[in-house]
Design a binder for this molecule. Structure first.
Ligand code: FSO
Ligand code: SF4
Length: 542
């Protein structure tokens, strides 16, 4: 196997023996093959569009789901991935029959095989199949961005919002990662275009979420526990959470959020559920310890899943793109109501969660909520009460080096405000950082995809201050990344012209020295240094 798509990749270079995330070579192989056949399918759908034929939503959804399955920490179930490969090949064969011009199709578009051939094929189609390291780097950068875009699209699709342009781009770009005639410059341009669609994808999801559940608002979320049995919902899929809240109402079972599901509490529509108890635990990587103590069932709606300990394996359930061998999976197509009754039955027989924390955390500062505070914020900037904003969005992870982010937040001067989104916030969202004239010093917009809100806020401030360039704002970016959703957020920021982003705790292993140089020279991307140096560099602290 060879995988280097996430920040925790072995030795900062690549997982070649087994994944640091727990992905075994036999699963990695099937993920490589799934990507390959999905790229093949995308060549065919793109060619069909060129011939004026329409591609069905089901096919668009198959592509996004396949990419989502291969995101870090989403799916460890080889059998389920094999079934998905078979289905993708069947769909592709059908579509190939509709294609008039089959000349010049790449091998991926034509390849077909049965299960006995999958492992042999997988061995020749992984990341290292592209020999030129710059082309490989750009192809992977684009593919990872597309995985993130696919994940955000999938959540919008689950709320019955679709955007054919996004799907068409996604498939066209996947197809282009197979095209040997594209140069480094072509691929750099495609990388930025991927960022444009990243913005569109996040906008689509924002619209889907806010139309369904209202605009997030300032909310205090309880982090303690109640006395009833509970179900813990993790991941990013708000529609899954909604269905579970509906089905648990009146059953005596409470529902808690975990990690990236925390922002669900900020949406008005979920506040009516009196059994929606609070948030339990921290970022994804602490789940082994925390799931054990939760005592009740846990539903993983997306990544980040850590292969479970035996002690709670029978309480871990997956749905959507996620899968863990030996854990039960709940199916359900978009628009269908999933049946969570078995999880609820299990919960009824479980003890209440063990309390691990107490108190509340505050959040809900997505675009509309912040716009209502705009006057206050602008005044605070004008009077100098707020010196700077620092965007610290992104992911948390297990590496010690990430302590940097906690320390950076703690040591920020008192006139600096943190804008955050994603699970990165768990490094500092329980610190007492206080407020500036009633404006909390940590403004949490929501999930990683709600980085879109942070962009809207920045654009609004730019307008209010009458600036021509977003980079002239008193705003700096110190972002943490882990998996491929963070890649699409980064590409979206680059597309919007944001410069001098600091990205840590380490730069991606999949950036070749030349590609990294392009990012440094054109966008001023940099890694992180010591807390001391970066406070000086970013905030101007002596
Ligand atoms: Fe975190 Fe995992 Fe949201 Fe990621 S839970 S690491 S960037 O999936 O998607 O922030
Ligand atoms: Fe390694 Fe990350 Fe790939 Fe897992 S997802 S195999 S940890 S690079």
């Amino acid at each position: 196997m060879f995988c280097y798509q996430c920040q925790e990749t072995a030795g900062g270079k690549g997982c070649a023996v087994s994944g640091v995330c727990g992905k075994k070579p036999e699963v990695a192989a099937m993920q490589d093959l799934l990507i390959y056949v999905t790229k093949g399918l995308s060549v065919v759908t793109t060619a069909l569009r060129t011939e004026g034929k329409e591609i069905s939503r089901e096919v668009n959804h198959l592509v996004t789901m396949n990419l989502f399955v291969t995101i870090t920490n989403a799916n460890f179930d080889r059998t389920a991935i094999i079934e998905t490969i078979k289905r993708t090949l069947d769909v592709k064969q059908e579509l190939l029959m509709q294609l008039a011009d089959k000349e010049a199709l790449p091998e991926a578009a034509l390849w077909n095989g049965d299960e006995t051939e999958f492992d042999a094929k997988a061995a020749s189609v992984g990341v290292l199949a592209t020999e030129n390291e710059d082309i490989r780097s750009l192809r992977e950068l684009i593919t990872y961005g597309l995985k993130g875009l696919a994940a955000y699209s999938k959540h919008a699709n689950a709320l019955l919002h679709d955007n054919e342009q996004i799907d068409a781009f996604l498939q066209d770009a996947l197809a282009k990662t197979l095209d040997d005639s594209l140069t480094v410059d072509d691929l750099v341009a495609l990388t930025l275009e991927t960022g444009k669609y990243g913005v569109d994808g996040m906008a689509l999801l924002d619209k889907a979420n806010t139309e369904a559940y209202g605009n997030p608002e300032l909310t205090n979320v309880d982090i303690g526990v109640r006395n009833n049995p509970g179900i813990l919902v993790s991941g990013h899929d708000l529609r899954d959470l909604e269905m579970l809240l509906e089905q648990t109402a009146g059953t005596g079972v409470d529902v808690y959020t975990h990690s990236e599901m925390l922002p669900a509490h900020y949406y008005p529509a979920f506040k009516k559920y009196t059994h929606f108890a609070g948030n339990y635990g921290n970022a994804w990587w602490k789940q082994k310890e925390e799931f054990d103590k939760f005592n009740g069932p846990i539903l993983m709606t997306t990544n980040c899943v850590v292969p479970p300990a035996e002690s709670y394996k029978d309480r871990l359930w997956t749905t959507g793109a996620t899968g863990v061998p030996g854990c039960r999976h709940i199916d359900g197509a978009y628009g269908e109501v999933k049946d969570f009754s078995k999880i609820i039955e299990q919960a009824k027989g479980c003890p209440a969660p063990t309390q691990i924390e107490s108190g509340t955390i505050i959040g809900g500062f997505a675009h509309e909520q912040l716009f209502t505070l705009a006057d206050k914020v602008v005044d605070a900037v004008k009077t100098g009460a707020i010196r700077k904003f620092v965007v610290m969005a992104g992911c948390d992870g297990r590496q010690k080096a990430r302590e940097y982010y906690k320390e950076f937040a703690e040591r920020l001067p008192k006139d600096v405000v943190i804008l955050t989104a994603g699970c990165a916030k768990y490094k500092y969202n329980k610190l007492e950082l206080g407020d500036i004239g009633g404006i909390p010093r940590i403004l949490d917009a929501g999930q990683c995809n709600d980085s879109y809100s942070l962009v809207l806020i920045a654009l609004k401030l730019k307008e209010i201050f009458g600036l021509d360039d977003i980079n002239d704002l008193p705003l700096v970016f110190n972002i943490a990344w882990y998996e491929q959703k963070a890649v699409i957020v980064l590409l979206a920021l680059l597309y919007l012209g944001v410069k001098n982003i600091h990205l840590g705790p380490t730069l991606p292993a999949f950036l070749s020295p030349n590609v990294a140089n392009v990012l440094v020279e054109n966008f001023g991307i940099a890694g992180i240094g010591t807390v001391e140096d970066d406070l000086h560099l970013l905030i101007g602290e002596a």
